[in-house]
Design a protein around this ligand. Structure first.
Ligand SMILES: NC(=O)c1ccc[n+]([C@@H]2O[C@H](COP(=O)([O-])OP(=O)(O)OC[C@H]3O[C@@H](n4cnc5c(N)ncnc54)[C@H](OP(=O)(O)O)[C@@H]3O)[C@@H](O)[C@H]2O)c1
Length: 255
């Protein structure tokens, strides 16, 4: 069991080097949280996010992590512990945001086993084992937020495996909430709608963007900050009784 000291709370954000994860990291720092963010293939971008936070009076560390390399997750947990001790003089952190994810547009008929496995490894298996290995470093009463997708609720052609994995992630969120209730750790999933990032190679041409905007009650694609600001707002005791929930941040897509 971990005890929490009086220092500022700390969030670990996976995939904090770009897109939604970067926005979650920056918005969490604005709310005075210490930030551990991860990158995978883009160390410069990961470090740049940490540098921005540190320059603006916050505290952040960037660590490399590949969610698909399950065998490296124990080592990663060790690096997290080292960073906590060195930067914050703590041996625990408060919030985990499982944001890192990948998509690949492929119709079911064209989906190979390799594509399937890569999607599973990053979007579900990696999240499962990363969370399993990091929970011992979390304070009792902490919170885990899993970033899901609107595609867990409705279906578009070309994203069958991805959308199904996000639906599974939402199910997993409830199971974790059940098993870690004893430690009062809360688990919620946040499901973004169509967000304008580099995800899956971008959001396509202008007509595709307009089509998505037309399916959205607020009439536009989301920005990374639409999700980042919201997720950061959940990282507080104000959300203390929200548990095992799915919250969509989509401007009302496909309603
Ligand atoms: N954008 C959307 O429309 C949308 C909609 C619904 C849900 N989402 C979800 O939101 C989350 C973030 O999406 P995004 O749009 O911000 O994506 P993004 O701009 O493509 O950024 C992806 C982030 O994940 C990291 N990452 C990629 N593969 C990884 C791996 N194998 N291990 C660890 N980290 C890895 C990347 O790190 P490096 O760059 O360092 O490799 C990057 O920081 C994902 O879970 C996605 O499914 C996105």
């Amino acid at each position: 069991m971990n005890t929490k000291d009086q220092q500022s709370k700390i969030v670990l954000v996976t995939g904090g080097s770009r897109g939604i994860g970067k926005s979650i990291a920056l918005n969490a720092a604005k709310r005075n949280l210490g930030v551990i963010l991860t990158y995978n293939n883009n160390p410069e971008q990961g470090q740049a996010v940490a540098d921005t936070i540190n320059r603006n009076g916050g505290k952040a560390v960037a660590l490399q992590m590949d969610a698909a390399k399950i065998s490296s997750i124990s080592d990663f947990a060790g690096q997290v512990l080292q960073a906590l001790k060195k930067e914050w003089n703590r041996d625990s952190f408060d919030y985990l945001v499982n944001n890192a994810g990948i998509a690949q547009r492929t119709l079911i008929k064209d989906t190979t086993e390799a594509i399937f496995d890569e999607l599973v490894n990053v979007n579900l298996k990696g999240v499962f084992f990363l969370t399993q290995k990091l929970i011992p470093l979390m304070v009792d009463g902490g919170q885990v937020i899993n970033i899901s997708s609107g595609l867990a609720r409705f279906a578009f052609p070309g994203v069958a495996v991805y959308g199904s994995l996000k639906a599974a992630l939402e199910g997993l969120t409830r199971y974790f909430a059940k098993e870690y209730a004893e430690r009062k750790i809360r688990f919620n999933s946040v499901a973004p709608g169509a967000i304008d990032t580099e995800f899956g190679g971008g959001k396509g041409d202008e007509s595709h963007r307009q089509q998505i905007a037309g399916m959205t009650a607020l009439g536009r694609l989301g920005e990374a900050d639409d999700v980042g600001a919201f997720v950061a707002s959940l990282l507080s005791d104000d959300s203390r009784f929200v548990n095992a929930q799915r919250i969509e941040v989509s401007g009302g897509i496909v309603i």
